[in-house]
Ligand binder design. Structure first.
Ligand code: KG4
Ligand code: ZN
Length: 314
């Protein structure tokens, strides 16, 4: 079974082809450099750049896969959630290819795709406990099968990636701020600045607006007093607060749901501290099927959508 997948929900346009579970190609066009000067993704620009990039992405992916496009059995695309203009471009491209090939088309969920990004190189044993951490989502899901996703906790306000990006912005760091803070944090002292651990309670829900406000206020206070900010120490102090909530909540979910597989998904799963926490929790609770996705499958990509589709269809 060969599936062609398109992912275009935000500022990446990507096309992947999977052949019986094996990824033949995963071409991603990133627009980060275009959005950097605005300090975040500009939706209208993202949709227009998708239109410019889709031609070479399609050509390169088909060439790399070394298959004849007529061999495709299904066409799938990200239907939701995402930026509406970006989603529509991907949908229209998918519909055009499906119509041309006269093959069935399926719209998929982006978050479910992120979770299956972790299953490309390892097989899931169900139930799977997945920590979803991205620019738009922070949630814990129990996956019972490729078609049964149970969200047991989610953010009440900001997502963790959004919080990283906003704090990075007030510190004057480049967009996207998550990877920059992560890099600085690895050389800093996490006890240098005092920041609150977000929503440190017994629920599985998250809240990152308090940490964001506390971090932004602290930066402004220090700036007003003309006190220098040690970026490495600030990043380390922020990171420890941001990931503590993930660690506490995930540990309780493991105790209550007894998963066979433990994993993490979404753009923030590239974070060094979060990857460490997942592997440590897996070891502590003897979940042998514990793994973190390869970095290519952390940020938005079509391979994860292709893998989700394959697992649903097979
Ligand atoms: O999943 P993704 O590519 O897009 C969404 O669907 O939201 O996630 C992008 C987010 C951005 O907020 C970015 O700053 C964050 O992932 N990110 C990181 C790291 N790498 C990417 N956050 C913290 N540490 C990282 N190493
Ligand atoms: Zn995403």
């Amino acid at each position: 079974m060969k599936i062609l997948a398109i992912e275009s929900s935000c500022d990446e346009f990507s096309l992947a082809i999977i052949d019986n579970g094996i990824i033949l190609t995963n071409v991603i066009s990133s627009q980060i450099n275009h959005h950097k000067e605005f300090g975040g993704v500009v939706p209208e620009l993202a949709a227009r750049l998708h239109l410019e990039n889709m031609h070479w992405v399609i050509e390169q992916a088909i060439e790399e896969s070394q298959i004849n496009i007529e061999e495709i059995d299904y066409v799938v695309y990200t239907a939701k959630p995402g930026l509406i203009g970006s989603l529509i471009v991907g949908k229209v491209v998918a519909e055009t290819i499906a119509l041309y090939l006269n093959k069935p088309i399926i719209g998929l969920d982006h978050i479910e795709g992120h979770i299956f990004g972790a299953a490309i190189e390892h097989e899931f044993i169900y139930p799977v406990l997945a920590m979803v951490v991205s620019g738009g989502h922070t949630q814990i899901e129990v996956v019972h099968s490729p078609s049964e996703f149970e969200i047991i906790g989610a953010t009440n306000d900001d997502a963790i990636g959004e919080c990283y990006d906003k704090v990075a912005r007030v510190l004057g760091l480049d967009y996207p701020g998550g990877p920059v803070i992560d890099k600085l944090a690895q050389q800093g002292n996490p006890e240098a600045y005092k920041l609150p651990i977000p929503k440190d309670d017994l629920s599985y829900d998250f809240s990152y607006s308090g940490l964001k406000t506390a971090a932004v206020n602290l930066v402004h206070n220090l700036q007003q007093k003309n006190q220098p900010i040690d970026l490495k120490d600030f990043a380390a102090s922020f990171q420890i607060a941001a990931v503590s909530a993930v660690s506490h909540k995930l540990e309780r979910a493991i105790q209550n749901y007894n998963p066979q597989t433990l994993t993490v998904a979404g753009g923030v799963s590239a974070n060094s501290q979060i990857r460490k926490i997942i592997l440590e929790l897996g070891q502590k609770y003897q979940i042998s099927n514990t793994f973190v996705p390869k970095s290519e499958y952390c940020t938005d990509n079509a391979a994860m959508m292709a893998k989700l589709a394959y697992e649903k269809l097979k």
